[in-house]
Design a protein around this ligand. Structure first.
Ligand code: MLT
Length: 404
């Protein structure tokens, strides 16, 4: 919910009436200014216009509680009170810190419209900023293999299953879930991450893949395009080993086919120990600089969101995923056998976790595969460069249509 939602603004003489009181319309203008200031600190003031939507005021109410004078500094606080598909409501308070008096309160409801004035969905970037959480279509909950998994499901058509990485959750796919029209988009939280159940034991690539196959059964989906980010790619390989006939296409994003080296395996155990002793926050601190091109967690930034995501991951899920990654088999022998499965390899150009050489190996070994490098992104391009990533996936999916 609106990170850092306090904005200080000063009332000027030109804003006041003949008695030196802040004029009601000038006060209203300050409320508006405070809102834009917040967006400027977050995704930018052009977050609406660059997404082809404009937040038109639908309803507004104000209460004026006390007079303010020229030179008074007013502190504006803003909170989201409602978020719908095309509309949202903000509640604002202007307080004078000098004497802690509430000067005015207001509530504004906006409807996003396109240039013709038709209601359109609140842009996903704006939603993410307003809610600081996933806004990713309908969430359903399925119990598979004894664990309850929340699943974002959107659209209709051939299915694409998004598999997130470690230690993240389905929220990383929200741009793709929102925009890949013409496809049934499915993004679960893996066991132990996000809002999924986190059993103490029993984590392996085989368990994760088994959960996903059972989930597809529950959804009545027979064949899918798999799109796995990093650990999600390791799970996709396992899925392919067991249910290849269910896979109609493959997207390998910032992942690799090789197993861990001996040193890598030791690092997994050390990380699990860190998580058990110091909690998920320590994992977030250690991972953030490696995960993202811009790892500074400014309010409203991708880094801020990812840090929250990691901090919210149960320790059992972190330790389980680390063990599963440590013990995963080498999938390079699988690559050359994937003839007939259209494959796209994606890589953030500044990924510090997945080497370009690993991405090239996959693209060169899977018959017919293509490599696309996403500019201005690290290890999580679906969040860091969402439009470019969704565009690359969309182009790939378009080549599959009619190939079921
Ligand atoms: C991930 O993003 O899933 C992990 O960084 C993968 C790994 O550590 O091998």
């Amino acid at each position: 919910m609106l990170p850092g939602p306090e904005v200080d603004l000063t009332g000027f003489p030109a804003d006041c009436d003949a008695f030196g009181h802040l004029n009601h319309a000038a006060c209203l203008a300050l409320f508006e200014r405070a809102r834009w200031e917040l967006f400027q600190r977050g995704p930018g003031m052009d977050v609406f216009s660059r997404n082809g939507a404009w937040p038109a005021v639908r309803k507004l109410s104000m209460d004026y509680h006390a007079p303010a004078a020229p030179g008074d500094v007013l502190r504006f606080q803003t909170a989201l009170t409602h978020h719908g598909r095309t509309s949202f409501t903000l509640r604002q308070t202007a307080r004078r810190p000098a004497d802690d008096r509430v000067i005015a309160t207001g509530e504004v409801t906006f409807v996003c419209v396109d240039r013709e004035g038709h209601p359109v969905p609140v842009p996903i970037e704006a939603s993410a900023f307003l809610t600081m959480g996933p806004l990713d279509g309908a969430v359903r909950r399925y119990t598979v293999n004894g664990v309850r998994l929340p699943v974002s499901v959107a659209g209709e058509g051939p299915a694409i299953l998004f598999i997130h990485g470690y230690p993240l959750n389905r929220a990383i796919w929200r741009h793709q879930i929102e925009h890949l029209e013409g496809w049934l988009r499915i993004a679960p939280d893996l066991r132990g991450m996000g809002e999924a159940d986190a059993p103490d034991l029993g984590y392996s690539m085989s368990t994760y893949a088994g959960d996903l196959a059972a989930l597809l059964d529950a959804l009545g989906v027979e064949r899918v395009v798999l799109c796995g980010l990093s650990m999600g790619g390791y799970i996709a390989f396992e899925f392919l080993r067991r249910w290849r006939e269910r896979v109609r296409g493959l997207i390998l994003m910032d992942t690799r086919a090789e197993a861990d080296s001996a040193e890598g395996r030791r690092a997994r155990d050390l990380a699990a120990q860190t998580a058990r002793e110091h909690g998920a926050a320590a994992i977030a601190d250690a991972m953030l600089p490696k995960l993202l091109l811009d790892p500074e967690p400014h309010p409203g930034s991708v880094a801020d969101e990812v840090r929250r995501m990691i901090r919210a991951t149960p320790v059992a899920g972190i330790a389980g995923a680390l063990a599963a990654m440590r013990d995963r088999p080498d999938s390079t022998p699988l690559l050359s056998t994937l003839e007939g499965i259209p494959t796209l390899v994606l890589l953030g150009e500044d990924d510090r976790i997945t080497p370009l050489a690993s991405a090239r190996l996959m693209a060169e070994t899977v018959p017919g595969a293509r490599l696309v490098v996403i500019d201005d992104a690290g290890h999580v391009p679906c969040l860091e460069a969402p439009a470019a990533t969704t565009g690359a996936i969309g182009e790939f999916l378009a080549t599959l249509t009619g190939r079921a």
